[in-house]
Design a protein around this ligand. Structure first.
Ligand code: SF4
Ligand code: SF4
Length: 141
């Protein structure tokens, strides 16, 4: 590279808009297929445990509340998850999905990284509390 062409690049870059994004003040929409936080819908879950067995990071635990009634709580260790999407592929009952718009997951303590998903009454049974409806049927433990 000659000095002349370098000077050309320097002058050009002085008048170019920076390509860097001013995060967190500017946010781009994540792509539709971006693999963010895992969610669990208890409705169709059969308790087959395939997702738990196939997770390479040991990030999922299925807690049985009542096997006959197919009532389960899924404990998701978000801090272990490597966002590979294998659990979603393994589940044949569409009980798991990854939220493309939930990717800003940093926290200053560990507690938000362990999430229990389930019906409010099953979460209450597990935690020994009164059943109360919670947003997204989940609770951090
Ligand atoms: S996305 Fe991958 S690492 Fe995360 S819970 Fe699913 S299988 Fe495990
Ligand atoms: S693979 Fe699907 S149906 Fe089987 S335990 Fe996991 S979430 Fe439930």
């Amino acid at each position: 590279m000659t000095i002349g062409s370098m000077i050309g690049d320097i002058v050009e870059s002085l008048f170019k808009k920076p390509v860097t994004q001013q995060y967190p003040f500017e946010r781009k929409e994540a792509p539709e297929r971006f693999r963010g936080r895992v969610h669990y819908e208890p409705g169709g879950c059969t308790g087959c445990q395939l997702c738990v067995k196939d997770c390479p990071a040991y990030a999922l635990e299925l807690i049985t509340i009542d096997k006959a009634a197919k009532r389960f709580v899924m404990r998701y260790h978000m801090d272990r998850c490597v966002y590979c999407g294998q659990c979603v592929i393994s589940c044949r009952f569409s009980s798991l999905r990854m939220a493309h718009d939930e990717w800003e997951l940093a926290a200053t303590s560990r507690s938000p990284f362990v999430i229990d998903y389930g019906l409010p009454e099953d979460l209450a049974t597990l935690h020994g509390t009164e059943a109360e409806p919670e947003p997204d049927a989940c609770r951090n433990v």
